[in-house]
Every structure is written in C-alpha cells, then in structure tokens.
Design a protein around this ligand. Structure first.
Ligand SMILES: Cc1cc2nc3c(=O)[nH]c(=O)nc-3n(C[C@H](O)[C@H](O)[C@H](O)COP(=O)(O)OP(=O)(O)OC[C@H]3O[C@@H](n4cnc5c(N)ncnc54)[C@H](O)[C@@H]3O)c2cc1C
Length: 492
C-alpha cells in the first residue's frame, strides 16, 4: 500500500543511493585490498588460470608501502627495508627489474634523555638515577625493552609463537618481567622501549614472533653477535655494507618502495580497480557478493580479504556465523607509528650532545641520519611508537608538527631554526589503515589467533596480520601466497 511515510522513506533512500546503476560483475575471485598481500594472491591465481578482480578503496595501490614525493625527493613513509632473507619480495623486485640499493639510513650516535637528564650510556651503571638491580643495571635505559624481550624468548621455530606448547606464555611483558622478579625501574624502562602497543596490551608471544623472525634475517648476513651487544638503539646504527649474493644486509628500492606495488598493479592491469571501497559482503557456502561505496557490485566463487581487520570490521558481512575469524575481525588491536621527516643542520656540533637520541617524553626518538660527509644538511626523523604514537594521534592534527619541532627545540635548543620539515605521517589517522601493524593482546593467541585464518564460508584471509612465519612486507607476500593456495585447493 502506498503511504506518505513510505514515499518519503523511498525518496530519501533514492537521494542517498549512488547515481550510477552498476551491473553486477562476475569474476572467479574477488580480492579486497591492493596491498602487497592482495596483489600477490591475485598474481598467483591469475598465473593458475583464474580471473581475479582486486578492489582497492584508495586512489593508489600499495597500502602501507607508501612513498611521499617531497621537494627534496621521494621519502618512504611506510615500508622501505628489504632484508636479505625476504625471498618473495626480492624475487618480485628482480622480476620487475627494480633497482635495489643498500639501505641508506645509517643512524648517528645515540644518547638518552631520561627524567630531565642526558644520560651517558657508558657510565649509566653508576649513574645515581639508575635504580635497577643486578644485571639490569648494565642495560642502557632505552634498550631495556628489547633486551628483556630477547632474554626470555624461548621460541626456536618461526611458528612456535602459535604452538600450544607455549600457551602459558600468552601474557603481557609486564607479567613476564614481574614473574622474573625485575625491579620497578627495569619495568618502567621496558615500558618506554618495548615493541608493540604497550607492555600491558601486547602478548609477549607476539613480540617474540617478530624477534625470532628478525634473528633469522640476521643469520643471512646481519651484524655479528658481538657487534650487536654494543648497540645503543633497538633499530641499529650503521648498516653493514658487505655483499652476500650481491645484496647488503638491508636494501631499499631506488626511487621509493612504492615502485614494487606499482609494478605488481601494472602487471595485473585492469584486474585492479581503484576507488572501490568495499562496504558489504554477502557469503554463502558456494559464492560471495560484494558491494562498494559507489554502488558497484561483484560476484565470485571466492573472496580473499586482504585488508587490515581495523577496516574489515567496518564492512557489513552476512552469512553463517564466522567463528574465530569473526572474533579476530572484531577484536584484533593494531599498533601505531607516527613519524616526522626532516632535514636538519648538524646542531649537535653546537651543543656537543649525541646527534640521535631516545627520550622518555612525547617525542620518543630522534634519528639523525648520517650523510657520510660530516657537514651540511642531514636527513632526520622523529619516530613515535607504542604509547607515544597513540598519544600523538589524540592531538589536534594541525598542531602536531609545530608541537614536535618545538619539543625538539626544548630538548635541544641548538636545533631551533635548523630543522626543515619534509613530511609527516601518522598511520592511525590514515582512514584506510587505522594503524601501522597488527597486534595481539595477552590471551588472544589462545583465544583466536591459531584458528582465525580458517576460511569463513568462501572468504579467505590474507594480509600481514594473518602471518604465520614471516614479518614485514615478506609476511604480506607470504599470506597472499597461502590464501591463493587455499583457494586453488578448493577450486579444484
Ligand atoms: C611506517 C611503517 C614502516 C614499515 N617498515 C617496513 C620495512 O621497512 N620493511 C618491511 O618489510 N615492512 C615494513 N612495514 C610493514 C609493511 O608495510 C606491511 O607489512 C605490508 O605492507 C602490509 O601489506 P598488506 O597487504 O598486508 O596490507 P596493506 O598494505 O595495509 O594493504 C591493505 C589495502 O587494503 C585497502 N583497503 C582497506 N579497506 C578497504 C576496503 N574496505 N575496500 C577495499 N580496499 C580496502 C587499503 O587501502 C590498502 O591498500 C612497515 C609498515 C609501516 C606502517
């Protein structure tokens, strides 16, 4: 029956509806997200004779592989470092003839600003501010987190973090350190420098996953163990330049890391569709339909979701209940990093303090990058991770950059007027990311992480957050490969 209320509702719905009427498009498989994981899956499936369509919400491909073009040249604000053990990433770089160059972010010497004082690492053990006990006293303040995470890491195999034999270790770093009787100050220092969201919010098994995979990378020609013991900074200082199979220990892509996803997208041609934000997925046991914000619709026998769970949780999914995957989509936390990229005059020559430093304040870390000339301008970065990154995301976005430059000048007055901002990136504020990398809270490995990759009807899961053995870009490639193989096995 026609009613006035029904008519108004119908016209309101029409005015909100997209203007273009799209015919439903069919494909063998729909892949959501054109990051490395989604595009790697698409390339493998296409090679095996299937027709994929990759739907990407953004106007560009690459996701967390992002290069900002600045007046002073390209700056990778997302992934940039390619380890020697990155088999899939290296293979793709060679396939697309991308030029690899040695990592060029050698960091100048580190100092520490702690409780309003500049700390000399060499004499920290006898510093009156050092309230640590026993062996802890010898650990440089901002190395406490990574050292203690490493010290208690029992994992041997890359996927041990998921092994139920370690289920009782699905706890926070604070709990672990308390169990081992660490002092209050060691725990406080670990909180300032541990990886992850915080020492309370990240499972130590998640931290060990990354640590165990990093140790493998170092076996491929990283620093010798003796050299590592002298490190003052968890991210390393000077990169090794010796060549193994033509590669230094860490490589970058000449011209910017975005050239890799750009080459993959060019290879996939019109299978990649930009500006297609998926808003709804309807699943059955034999097919899936997908709708995008612009009204376009797609149907396929399978789907691979290759988007972070921070975004997938905003997509309306209908079908049978989703099990561990649904739990993970709803609950998985994400860590953040925010970084200010600068060019600076070597103000450390003026104040005599170490060029790079860690601080217990809101600025986190200041990395002064060696220009290998001694004089002239240097690249530099303010790097916030963990709780500092979470806090900076809460500030007024227009005030963040001036605040950070002022904070640098407060700690290092000699830097005033000597720092020129190149670009800034806060990954939690990116509407298509909402964080820099997946995390797992204490208890979540036991709760859902082991089973969460099992397909939800015909929807399979890729993305670095579904990794099993790898890390970084390599884990995105690994996950795309795994999801593609799952689909191929089912497609028969
Ligand atoms: C600051 C930073 C530094 C890093 N440094 C390194 C490094 O040096 N070395 C290294 O190996 N790794 C590094 N990484 C990690 C690496 O970038 C990631 O592991 C990898 O790029 C993740 O790829 P992905 O395909 O899993 O996801 P993403 O790259 O996040 O791709 C997901 C895609 O899905 C799209 N999307 C989201 N929602 C929707 C939707 N509803 N519909 C359609 N599309 C959608 C997004 O736009 C995005 O393009 C770094 C990451 C960050 C943030």
């Amino acid at each position: 029956m026609f009613t006035r209320r029904g008519f108004l509702a119908a016209t309101a719905a029409l005015s909100l509806a997209p203007r273009v009427a799209f015919a439903e498009e069919q494909a063998d498989i729909i892949i959501i997200g054109a990051g490395l994981s989604g595009m790697n899956a698409a390339l493998i499936l296409r090679e095996q004779g299937l027709r994929p369509i990759v739907l990407e919400a953004g106007a560009q491909v690459g996701g967390r592989v992002r290069t900002h073009q600045t007046a002073d040249g390209p700056i990778d604000v997302g992934a940039s470092q390619i380890g020697r053990s990155y088999a899939r990433v290296l293979d793709a770089c060679w396939r697309y003839k991308l030029k690899l160059i040695p990592e060029d972010r050698d960091l100048l010497t580190f100092g520490t600003h702690y409780k309003g004082n500049w700390i000399d690492a060499a004499s920290w053990e006898s510093n009156p501010l050092n309230q640590c006990v026993g062996e802890e006293r010898k650990i440089a303040p901002m190395m406490m987190g990574s050292r203690l995470v490493g010290k208690y890491n029992p994992l041997k195999e890359l996927d041990d973090w998921l092994n139920p034999a370690f289920a009782d270790q699905d706890i926070s770093l604070r709990t672990l350190l308390q169990r081992h009787g660490h002092s209050a100050q060691a725990i406080e220092l670990a909180a300032l420098s541990a990886p992850g969201i915080s020492i309370d919010d990240t499972s130590v098994l998640r931290m060990w996953q990354e640590e165990t995979r990093g140790a493998l990378d170092r076996k491929f020609g990283g620093p010798a163990s003796g050299q590592e013991a002298t490190k003052l900074h968890p991210f390393g200082e000077q990169h090794r330049r010796d060549l193994v199979n033509g590669l230094t220990s860490t490589s970058n892509i000449d011209g910017g890391c975005h050239l890799l996803p750009a080459a993959m997208a060019a290879d996939l041609g019109d299978a990649v569709r930009l500006n297609k934000q998926v808003t709804a997925i309807d699943l059955t046991d034999t097919s899936a339909s997908v709708r995008c914000a612009d009204g376009s619709r797609y149907k396929a026998r399978f789907i691979i979701s290759a988007v972070p769970f921070t975004l997938l949780r905003n997509v309306a999914i209908s079908g049978a209940p989703g099990g561990a995957a649904a739990k993970a989509i709803a609950q998985m936390p994400y860590a953040n990093t925010a970084r200010l990229y600068m060019h600076v005059e070597p103000f450390w020559l003026e104040d005599g303090l170490p060029p790079s430093f860690n601080s217990d304040g809101p600025l986190g870390m200041f990395w002064a990058i060696d220009n290998h000339k001694g004089t002239g301008t240097h690249r530099a970065m303010i790097v916030m991770v963990g709780q500092r990154a979470a806090a900076i995301s809460q500030r007024d976005p227009d005030q963040v950059v001036p605040f950070l430059v002022e904070e640098l000048a407060r700690l290092r007055p000699a830097s005033a007027g000597k720092a020129k901002v190149a670009t800034y990136k806060d990954w939690a504020r990116d509407p298509l990311q909402r964080g820099c990398g997946f995390s797992l809270a204490p208890g979540q490995i036991n709760s859902f992480a082991r089973e969460m990759n099992q397909p939800w009807q015909v929807m399979h899961f890729a993305g670095e957050h579904t990794r099993r053995s790898d890390f970084g870009m390599e884990s995105a490639m690994e996950s795309g490969e795994r999801a593609a193989l799952e689909v191929l096995t089912r497609a028969g």
